[in-house]
Design a protein around this ligand. Structure first.
Ligand SMILES: Cc1cc2nc3c(=O)[nH]c(=O)nc-3n(C[C@H](O)[C@H](O)[C@H](O)COP(=O)(O)O)c2cc1C
Length: 171
């Protein structure tokens, strides 16, 4: 993989996300074992004069525990590929299955964070968690959203990941 600036593939990444195709969020658990989950909500931008990737993760996800413990994650964006892998990582939990082993996901070590990178994705970001915020029921001002997305609670945590390295595949 080749190093890039955080914004070089911004348009393509946003297009992948806006079309609902998703990306892989990867973090390691307490044993150092990597886990991947699919995310559909992801924003790239500048906060505190730093490049930041925002992700929204429900506390019930195994990944939530991995990020809270390790303080880091990678976001790995396939561009129109890996649909089967995205479906699997978006429906199975790392609590029950080793998704890397089952899918044969090919990984490279992160250069600045503990989480590895998926080398078959077109673009990947290494992120260090610099802040987090918990959504609260009273903070969801739109009742329709609250009823649709949070009938059982489990309100997302917003993680702010400073992008400390960004990569694109050479091929
Ligand atoms: C297209 C798609 C997008 C998703 N986006 C999110 C998301 O942004 N945040 C979230 O908490 N869960 C999201 N999910 C659900 C998780 O990927 C799913 O619950 C996964 O099995 C959690 O894995 P884990 O328990 O190993 O962390 C999404 C699922 C799909 C299929």
């Amino acid at each position: 993989m080749n190093p890039i600036t955080p914004w070089k593939r911004f348009g393509e990444v946003q297009e992948q996300i806006l079309h609902g195709n998703g990306a892989f969020l990867v973090a390691v658990d307490e044993r150092g074992r990597p886990n991947a989950m699919t995310i559909g909500w992801l924003q790239l931008g500048t906060v505190w004069s730093r490049p930041v990737c925002h992700i929204l993760v429900r506390p019930s996800r195994y990944t939530h525990r991995c990020i809270a413990h390790s303080g880091a994650f990678t976001v790995n964006v396939p561009l129109g590929t890996m649909a089967d892998e995205l479906a699997f990582c978006g429906s199975r939990s790392g609590r029950d299955v080793d998704k890397f082993a089952t899918l044969g996901l090919r990984a490279a070590p992160g250069t600045k964070v503990t989480a590895p990178l998926l080398v078959d994705c077109a673009v990947a970001y290494e992120c260090r968690v610099v802040a987090r915020a918990e959504l609260e029921p009273g903070g969801i001002l739109d009742e329709e959203l609250r009823a649709k997305y949070y009938p059982r609670g489990d309100l997302h945590t917003l993680f702010f990941g400073e992008i400390v390295a960004a990569w694109e595949t050479s091929g």
